[in-house]
Design a protein around this ligand. Structure first.
Ligand code: FE2
Length: 486
């Protein structure tokens, strides 16, 4: 006999947050409005967290849970939808046991003794496509390779024996122009280790750069940013303490007394001794919009919190800090200056998160950014477009009570100008407990969808994802172009 399944009546699992727990296969989504743009062919892969079994804990957080990978496959005028669990070791063992075996978020000391030594990765954060292979990623484990067509799990991967770290970021940058993969691993030698490593892989997946260095503290490094010459690693004082983990505590603690540190690592040919370090007052961030170089200056555009971006990680004294709004700011590091400080300038006056760009312009001077913004007390939100040249900000709001998940830019063609294309946005039709995938004109999001594809099911949560063009699916390589300085 095993226990009956019962999720606790907590906010996390109410309403839209109710565990979905099922895989879906829909051959041909219903088109309820507009027309699917001609030439839009390829696959949108997105990944999020769902709940396989209740953990029995009341301190579950939304970023935990087993990975569910979703595919919207655009082909021949129709869109198919598939969702599949990421079959990590953790998922498999729980499936066999018919119950949760893993406890508090990333705290292996709270797990069932039967799974001691098992990797805790869930593959629940994003989908990466590189050199013809698709992966589901979660930053505390190695990637899990997935089948591009069926979403079946192929297995945990160290990228052909090349990755020596124990972890791998869930915010890699695949440059669709050079087809390089830029990535890193933090706490790379185990929980609370200060080791971090920067990786660059060429278009065929061969590792070309591997730079190990030490973080100032065992930080949370959820995201990073790239430029043509420098890679930007911000360290925020959400810090892991092994002794706290051993007593069943939270994976991170917020240290408002500690500074932000930023490491600029040469993109090519550098080593730890070539790193340039900067620091500033305590703050935090999860997500970077972009970075680029302007002469001797490096600019980092980031949804910046002047406080703790994850209030569910308290201070060492157990104080839960007040939520602060994420504001899009430009941090500027002057490599020719004498200061180890940095300038900070606000780019947008409304809070926003989950920033994205036309990915052909990652690491390059750019104009267009896309965000989730306008979150209202009822939970509703919209998709925003910021034009850094005109300063104009426009929004698409799907409807009362409805919210959006992160949008994905798709260029109209490989050589289309920056921002000329579409945004693919999952919309949570909260009152109907189902999802629409809407297609927005990325230059005119306020006009509303050019097409709406109806799902009769709910895409509970997706954090991030990738667009893989038909050409890239076929050849393993993107064929995008970008013009520097556009
Ligand atoms: Fe993220």
């Amino acid at each position: 006999m095993v226990d009956a399944i019962h999720f606790p009546d907590v906010e996390l699992y109410r309403g839209w947050g109710a565990p979905m727990r099922t895989e879906s296969t829909l051959r041909g989504l219903e088109l309820t409005q507009g027309a699917i743009p001609e030439g839009l062919e390829g696959a949108l892969y997105k990944v999020g967290a769902d709940r396989q079994y209740p953990s029995g804990r009341l301190d579950d957080i939304f970023i935990d849970g087993e990975g569910m990978i979703h595919m919207f496959r655009f082909k021949n005028g129709q869109v198919d939808y598939l969702s599949r669990w990421v079959h990590t070791k953790r998922y498999q063992l729980q499936q066999q046991a018919r119950r949760a075996l893993f406890g508090r978020y990333r705290n292996r000391y709270t797990n069932d003794p039967s799974v001691a030594g098992v990797h805790m990765g869930t593959g629940n954060t994003t989908a990466m496509f590189h050199a013809g292979r698709l992966y589901a990623l979660k930053e505390d484990d190695l990637p899990h390779e997935m089948d591009c067509d069926t979403l079946a799990t192929i297995g945990r991967s160290d990228l052909g024996g090349q990755v020596r770290a124990e972890t791998f970021t869930a915010h890699p940058k695949v440059d669709p122009v050079t087809n390089e993969l830029l990535a890193f691993a933090y706490q790379a030698k185990g929980d609370a280790s200060r080791d971090i490593v920067y990786y660059l892989f060429d278009k065929d997946g061969k590792m070309r750069e591997e730079v190990w260095f030490q973080m100032p503290y065992a930080a949370c490094v959820h995201d990073f940013a790239i430029t043509d010459e420098w890679i930007v690693f911000p360290f925020f004082p959400l810090i892991t303490d092994l002794d706290v983990l051993k007593t069943g505590g939270p994976y991170y603690q917020w240290h408002p007394d500690q500074q932000v540190h930023v490491a600029l690592v040469p993109r090519r040919g550098g080593s730890a001794k070539d790193i340039r370090w900067f620091k500033g007052p305590s703050a935090s961030a999860g997500h970077m919009m972009n970075a680029f170089r302007e002469g001797t200056k490096v600019h980092l555009d980031v949804c910046y919190y002047e406080g703790n971006c994850f209030p569910f990680f308290p201070t060492p004294q157990g104080v839960v800090t007040e939520a602060v709004p994420p504001l899009l700011k430009r941090l500027t590091f002057d490599l020719a200056g004498n200061s180890d400080g940095f300038e900070k300038r606000q780019l947008l006056d409304i809070p926003c998160e989950m920033p994205r760009t036309d990915d052909r312009y990652q690491g390059r001077p750019y104009r267009h950014g896309y965000v989730i913004a306008g979150r209202a007390p009822d939970g509703s939100s919209g998709t925003g477009h910021v034009d850094h040249v005109t300063g104009k900000f426009e929004m698409y709001r799907p409807g009362p009570g409805d919210s959006v998940q992160e949008g994905q830019f798709v260029p109209r063609s490989p050589d289309a100008p920056e921002g000329d294309g579409w945004l693919l946005v999952p919309v949570c039709r909260v009152h109907e407990m189902r999802t629409d995938l809407v297609i927005l004109d990325a230059q005119n999001v306020a006009a509303g969808p050019v097409a709406t594809l109806k799902l009769p099911v709910r895409v509970r949560a997706t954090f991030h994802g990738s667009w893989v063009s038909e050409h890239a699916l076929r050849t393993g390589q993107y064929e995008a172009t970008a013009t520097l300085g556009a």
